[in-house]
Design a protein around this ligand. Structure first.
Ligand code: NAD
Length: 515
């Protein structure tokens, strides 16, 4: 496999060169340790930074899904029968292999998705950490012995589901592939990643590397292709033990219904509309830094994005000014350039959604505080055709504004003022989502009170956006259910079996067979 060195500029040509280096025979599904081209509908990939197409590949369709499932069922048997110590050793090697290919993976992710290379590097490091962390659990999955009345020895074992299908979105393809595969693999399941049709490359490369690191054939397959074909086939097939889904609310619901009809449980990680609450007693400079990180990293294409900025009225104007100043200084541009902080929107379709929601926010009374104009350097370059949205701050986004409750999934934050703590909490909870949020204050009691009152699976005090594989992550309400990190996730990916053995002293009768 060729080593990819960092190019100096981003373009569709760069993305094409990176893909050719990573996949000499082209893109396709990954099964049984090899890449298999599909034969269905053609899918064209477009470079977010230039708007130019750079690759096409074929959907595998339901027939391809069947072949992938066959391979995964066999893989699940091999892997599930392997002892936890051997699984741990292989997963540790996956972690090391990801580390050894870190720069290659980061460039592949950045060139094919438009994610700034600095963010892509951080996410690759996280993926290595995920495999290392869950490798540590693979040989520690114990059951319990449970005392019961009568002469019984009763104990439990943790049994993998078999085949886990992990459906992932386009905003962080490699990160989410690692996030939803390391734990189920550690628990003894085979995994099929179904990446977004727009961003399949890094998931395939991860599977290739995992295979090279020692995962047996069929244990980590990738079903590239469309949601309505291969995705639908995988989530309604009884050979699948469990589905995990990361994506939008409507698709998540569709997937959960299809899975339920086939008797398959589904773990859902969906969207958010998180509030960042700033009180007057906060360190306002830090709060402004936090507000910037909360919404503009990843160009706002983040499920936990702090897309609402609620500021106590006495400091509202000052905080809006601080955030606007920082937003104007953000370096927007070539994703492969080391100092770029904000890249393009990944797809043309999402670009249209984001720009129309900015208009909706303004029509509903929001006032644009930041400039919407592309920097001259960008407008006059080969990147001019990319899907660029400048970091956007709208002020006066009241509860009646569509941006109060609609997830934009772009670099757009709506600010508003509040007068009381109770009002701030009510505004934060004025959404069906419940993924994340933050409070900025120097009052410890208030910080903990607000943290307890806001409906969110993750909440930060005087901080924003840090997550770690060792800490549970997931949503309340429309943001989903189930947790996808931390030790508890191993319960999501195993079923508990109870085993009863009668014990008796020599000559004593067996215990009753009734319950
Ligand atoms: P999406 O819902 O459009 O697609 C997600 C995945 O579902 C893709 O792989 C797609 O191909 C697949 N899919 C579509 N139809 C399907 C079907 N009928 N059956 C099976 N699979 C199907 O989401 P997106 O636009 O790719 O991602 C953006 C969304 O993801 C946002 O709402 C964001 O908040 C959410 N997200 C959530 C988290 C989280 O952890 N909570 C993380 C990242 C992104």
């Amino acid at each position: 496999m060729s080593t990819i060195t960092a190019p100096t500029s981003s373009s569709a040509a760069t993305a094409r060169a990176v893909l050719v280096a990573a996949f000499p025979k082209g893109l396709g599904a990954f099964l049984d340790g090899r890449t298999v081209p599909g034969s269905g509908e053609g899918i064209t990939l477009t470079a977010a930074a230039t708007g130019e197409p750079f690759a096409t590949y074929a959907d595998p369709g339901a027939e391809g899904a069947d072949a992938i499932l066959e391979s995964s069922v066999a893989g699940a048997k091999t892997w599930g029968e392997m002892n936890g110590f051997d699984r741990a050793a292989i997963l540790r090697n996956v972690s090391r292999t990801v580390e050894a290919h870190a720069e290659e993976l980061a460039i592949l992710e950045s060139a094919t998705t438009g994610k700034p290379i600095r963010d892509a590097r951080g996410e690759v490091a996280k993926v290595a950490e995920m495999f290392g962390y869950y490798a540590g659990w693979a040989d520690k999955l114990t059951g319990q012995t449970i005392p019961v009345p009568g002469p019984w020895h009763t104990y439990t074992e943790r049994v993998p589901w078999g085949v886990v299908v992990a459906i992932t979105p386009w905003n962080a393809p490699l990160f989410t592939a690692g996030w939803n595969s390391a734990a189920p693999l550690a628990a003894g399941n085979a995994v099929i990643i179904k990446p977004s049709e727009f961003t399949p490359a890094s998931s395939i490369r991860l599977a290739q590397l995992a295979h090279e690191a020692g995962l047996p054939a069929g244990v980590f397959n990738v079903a590239t292709g469309l949601g309505q074909t291969v995705g639908a086939a995988l989530t309604s097939d009884r050979r699948v033990g469990k589905v995990s889904f990361i994506g939008s609310v409507p698709t998540g619901r569709r997937v959960a219904v299809a899975a339920a009809q086939a008797g398959i449980p589904a773990l859902l990680e969906l969207g958010g509309k998180s509030a960042n609450i700033v009180f007057a007693d906060a360190d306002l400079e830090r709060a402004a830094d936090g507000a910037i990180a909360a919404i503009f990293s990843g160009a706002g294409q983040s499920c936990v994005a702090g897309s609402r900025l609620l500021v106590e009225r006495s400091v509202h104007a000052r905080v809006v000014e601080l955030v606007a100043q920082r937003a104007a200084r953000l370096r927007v541009g070539d994703p492969l350039s080391a100092d770029t902080e904000v890249g393009p929107i990944i797809t043309a379709q999402q670009f249209a959604t984001v720009t129309s929601l900015i208009e909706a926010g303004i029509n509903d009374g929001g006032r644009r505080v930041t400039s919407g104009t592309l920097p001259d350097a960008l407008a006059g370059s080969s990147l001019a055709g990319g899907h660029w949205v400048m970091p956007t701050l709208l002020d006066g986004v009241t509860p009646q504004n569509r941006l109060e409750t609609t997830e934009v999934f772009g670099p757009v934050v709506g600010a508003d003022a509040f007068d009381t703590e109770a009002e701030a909490i009510a505004r934060a909870n004025n959404t069906n989502f419940g993924l994340a949020g933050a409070v900025w204050t120097s009052d410890v009691s208030r910080a903990h009170h607000v943290a307890r009152q806001v409906k969110a699976g993750t909440f930060w005090i005087n901080s924003y956006k840090t997550i770690h594989v060792a800490v549970p992550f997931g949503g309340f309400g429309d943001s989903g259910h189930g947790r996808s990190s931390g030790p508890g996730v191993l319960d999501e990916y195993t079923q508990t079996k109870a085993i009863w053995v009668p014990t008796r002293a020599a000559g004593a009768p067996f215990p009753s067979l009734s319950y």
